[in-house]
Design a protein around this ligand. Structure first.
Ligand code: UDP
Ligand code: MG
Length: 322
């Protein structure tokens, strides 16, 4: 079966996969069980994001045996957010669930999400009450990040929430109208509004493999979240500029006063070097912050395709391949 002989389905599940060979079968079984309880008409869309193991072979095997399974195989690793974006672009469900492919997000929770959806919510996100088995470093940085983000933006980005969520087709359609290259889907969905609610769950630790996010990638992701939704860092730069100028003006006044009225000229290499290093540091940080925004503009101006599909069993995406 392909996209042309199939119209809308009731439920699409989008699953980004990066080297998850060892869990794919269990994932497939649990997802199929839950999805078939909710809708007879569903599809599972796996996006293979340049896996280094045999995930692709497993996905092709599943797709061969089950016509509800689709795979999108990227030409290389494009990153989690882009993998989800591709799934959203090519799915055709009336409701769409985004779920991680490492079973850290329990598929069974989808039933609970669907019940909320039936109550009339367009977005039902899964909120973590606990994170089992993750390093204290990840827990602390994640907690800090969500709180900074909340403080620095005007939109309500829910805390302790990843991309595990159920969204209505309309939300996904509007998401497609947001063409930014640096994706921060959870922020974008919050920005869109609609009626949103959450269900709670405990995030289990990874059974196999390790997180595909390195510390650098996590920082990058955090930067995308902040620069995409807030101009506060820029106004902070301006304000600190004003503050330091004001401070140095006071010091100048004091130096003149001291020279003419106290007959004491301030000397000192130490104070000079400290103050110039301080100001130098602030300047470099400021240039860096401005650079972050410029690089964002740059990426959006170049406007490359977000991902390259090497192969897929979704027929309607063939034009992308040619
Ligand atoms: N993932 C991906 N591309 C990547 C990194 C991760 O598609 O470059 C997938 C991964 O297979 C998993 C999900 O995105 O299904 C979340 O990734 P991960 O578990 O590494 O993130 P964490 O749970 O540590 O935040
Ligand atoms: Mg994970």
């Amino acid at each position: 079966m392909n996209r042309e002989d199939k119209k809308e389905v009731d439920l699409s599940v989008v699953i980004p996969v990066y080297s998850e060979e060892l869990v794919i079968d269990e994932l497939y079984n649990r997802l199929s069980r839950v999805a078939s309880k909710i809708a007879s008409n569903y599809e599972l869309i796996f996006v293979n994001d340049g896996s280094k193991d045999n995930s692709l072979a497993s996905l092709i095997r599943l797709a061969r045996n089950d016509n509800k399974v689709y795979f999108i195989n990227f030409s290389r690793n494009f990153g989690h957010q882009i993998a989800v974006t591709a799934g959203l672009d090519l799915c055709c469900g009336k409701t769409i669930v985004i779920i991680d492919g490492d079973l850290q997000d329990p598929p069974e929770l989808i039933e609970e999400m669907f019940a909320k959806y039936k109550e009339g919510f367009e977005v039902v996100y899964a909120r973590r009450t606990e994170r089992n088995g993750e390093s204290w470093f990840k827990k602390i940085t994640a907690k800090l990040f969500y709180r900074i983000l909340r403080k620095s933006t005007n939109i309500e980005i829910p805390i302790d929430t990843g991309d595990f969520r159920l969204i209505d087709k309309r939300v996904a359609d509007y998401l497609k109208l947001m063409p930014e290259q640096n994706k921060f889907l959870r922020g974008q969905i919050a920005w869109l509004g609609f009626r949103q609610t959450h269900v709670l769950f405990t995030r289990e630790k990874r059974k196999f493999g390790k997180s595909g996010y390195s510390v650098t990638q996590m920082l990058r992701f955090a930067m995308d979240g902040i620069t995409g939704f807030s101009d506060k860092p820029l106004s902070l730069v301006t304000r600190s500029g004003f503050f330091i100028s004001f401070l140095s003006f006071i010091i100048i006044l004091y130096a003149i006063y001291s020279h003419y009225f106290l007959n004491r000229t301030i000397t000192g290499w130490t104070s000079l070097i400290i103050s110039s290093m301080f100001v130098g540091g602030i300047q470099l940080i400021s240039i860096g912050i401005i650079g972050e925004y410029i690089s964002r503009i740059n990426k959006n101006v170049i406007n490359r395709p977000l991902y390259i599909i090497e192969s897929t069993n979704i027929k309607s995406s063939i034009q992308v391949l040619k």
